[in-house]
Design a protein. Sequence first.
Length: 168
Amino acid sequence: MRRILVTGTAGFIGFHLARLLLAEGFRVHGYDGMTDYYDVALKRRRHAMLLQDPHFSATEGMLEDQALFDRVADEFAPEVIVHLAAQAGVRYSVENPRAYLDANIIGTFSVMEAARRLKVAHLMMASTSSVYGANEEMPFRETDKADHQLTIYAATKKANESMGHAWA
């Protein structure tokens, strides 16, 4: 049974991806910080639902705690990592930019470093349309310029894309 580590499994996309992977017969380990950016009770309910499947396990922790993430990754030994966790939200990034640097830059570094060290077959990461900044042409295309982000949130996600290219 293939093992997939998914970060951000208490979030909307991560929860639904984990459900799909479990239904397809994968073993899934979820890693989520359960931050209070939005309803933590909802996040806990999502994890409780996933934990009803014997092929799902979970860790509550912040990705910037690299020692914890490394321990979890070493024990689970994923073949694939799907990195969806992030400090999201454009407005909050203006009020608390440090949270974005910690979660999105340092946290993503932890994930990439574990993937490199463990030689996982695939590392998939989510970004955001915010990286396209003030681009007025819709819909955005991956070939559009993404040189001038308008928020710290967007800048951290663009930095993650750049780090991903450097690691690849």
